[in-house]
Design a protein around this ligand. Sequence first.
Ligand code: ATP
Ligand code: ZN
Length: 283
Amino acid sequence: MLRIAIQKSGRLSDDSLNLIRECGISFINSSLKLKTESTNFPLEILFLRDDDIPGYVADGVADIGIVGQNVLVEEGMQDLTVEALGFSKCRLSLAVPKGDSYSSVEDLNGKNIATSYPNLLQAYLSERGVQANIHTISGSVEIAPSIGLADAICDIVSSGSTLISNGLREVEQVFKSQAVLIANKELSEEKREILEKLLFRINAVQRAQRAKYILLNAPNDKIAEISKLLPGVKSPTVLPLLEEGWSSLHSVVNEDDFWEIIEKLKASGAQGILVVPIEKMII
Ligand code: ATP
Ligand code: ZN
């Protein structure tokens, strides 16, 4: 049995639970419970505050966990990282009241900065030779300047709308973060095997999220040209259409390359192009 710690309720919770479900791992989730056990995979899920997850994994209370890199690095435990998970992307940024003049990070010398991430901020400022007074507060950092508690803040930003609605302007990016899977360093052989199985599934889910299945019709004399654009996992599948001289070509395309390839496919005479999601992908 492997124990995974995930955030009980917050911005990591839904995506963490979805990832576990997409790995085909079923469990009964009750928001009142602190732990639950999967019904079809040797996994127990603990629901914790995100700040506690690195410590519990380091101590072996949980074997693995999902946490934001911001929290992990703030707590000095980045060496527990196994794999980046690609969700809960955000940044830790410095912001000042929007009317204040600001030209560079040196302007923060001698200033009071409120943050929940004193270690990340201190490292950033020290690297740049800036000395500021860091005030550590645990929540509502963005209101600190308006109540006279600080001249600037250093806080998590995703869209920036919270900063704007508090009259603040983002001036420096201190740290880029996403959710990561972490693991205890001394897992037993049995637990390591379960983790390997889980990672295999996570990788299949993640690969599928970026990949699309593509089907199109093409004149037979264009198949070689189109196949070069759509190499797929091994090579495209080509099936004859009932109409003489035409084939249907099936392949896999990476979402990031998608629009660029579509243009070229059309120029090569492809018709009836269908692009459909892939649920799992094992190569
Ligand atoms: P807890 O009660 O568990 O301590 P919290 O209030 O500290 O929760 P959340 O606000 O739920 O934490 O954020 C959890 C993590 O999600 C953050 O540490 C960060 O990695 C990520 N995160 C925070 N804000 C955003 C955002 N706006 N967009 C995307 N990810 C975010
Ligand atoms: Zn927290």
